[in-house]
Design a protein around this ligand. Structure first.
Ligand SMILES: C[S@@+](CC[C@H](N)C(=O)[O-])C[C@H]1O[C@@H](n2cnc3c(N)ncnc32)[C@H](O)[C@@H]1O
Length: 224
């Protein structure tokens, strides 16, 4: 993301921060190339109960890297909501941990069961800013989609990202951070992030031009 990103995309007045309306209990059938995922949506849990566009961008990118590209890897999906990115990672061969706050755990568990992924996609509570629970192991890949939207949580999310990354050069971790810009206030998140991470745009995604028109960036973070 170059430094003019926030000036180019001032969507504040035209992109609603509120989630689109969703019918309670509806099931969304998503297809990413050959990988299908069914998602129960639950608007009762606000923004966590629906699938967000940044999650779909991240899923499409992961699938494009190959259907076995996450074989044997451990993946953590932060602020997973419905569980979409973690479920997709599990379908690509990973052992995935879909994590969120307590109210979202039942939606994620329902979706894990709906997709028959209970053996490789595990649901765990992980509140940003709090110690990483013992049941969550070191991850090879950390995913975060559409997690920048609530200002008080900005420093908490940065802390959790830091806690999950150990900078072991012999065993590097990948952090894929897919972000949709909505408000100028989001810039404060990147000001905080910059103190602990640098980032590069994922540049091997042919969809990049299309989603950047929608103010979505897919970033790879590197801990300083
Ligand atoms: C906009 S939703 C994105 C959900 C999903 N990643 C997607 O893209 O479809 C943001 C998610 O972050 C979670 N979240 C917000 N604050 C959090 C916190 N302090 N700790 C853990 N998760 C949090 C919310 O519960 C919600 O599921």
């Amino acid at each position: 993301m170059d430094e003019h990103f926030f000036e180019q995309h001032d969507y504040e007045s035209i992109v609603p921060v509120q989630p689109p309306p969703v019918v309670q209990g509806s099931v969304l059938n998503l297809s990413f190339a050959s990988v299908d995922i069914d998602l129960k949506l639950d608007p009762k849990w606000g923004c966590g109960g629906i699938a967000w566009p940044a999650a779909e961008v991240l899923c499409r990118y992961l699938v494009r890297r190959g259907t076995n590209s996450l074989n044997g890897k451990t993946v953590i999906d932060l602020g997973s909501g419905t569980g979409l990115c973690g479920l997709l990672a599990a379908k690509l061969g990973a052992t995935a941990f879909v994590t969120d706050q307590a109210p979202l755990l039942s939606v994620m568990q329902d979706n894990v069961e709906l997709n028959q992924m209970s053996s490789s996609c595990l649901v765990a509570e992980l509140n940003w800013g709090e110690p990483i629970p013992a049941k969550i192991p070191r991850a090879d890949v950390i995913l975060a989609a559409d997690c920048v939207y609530f200002e008080p949580a900005f420093p908490l999310l940065v802390d959790t990202l830091c806690d999950l990354v150990d900078n072991d050069a012999s065993n590097p971790q990948e952090i894929l951070f897919c972000y949709k810009k909505r408000r100028k206030a989001d810039k404060r998140f990147f000001t905080l992030l910059k103190k602990r991470f640098r980032w590069t745009e994922v540049d091997d995604d042919p969809d990049r031009e299309a989603y950047s028109r929608d103010a979505i960036s897919l970033l790879r973070l590197h801990k300083l």
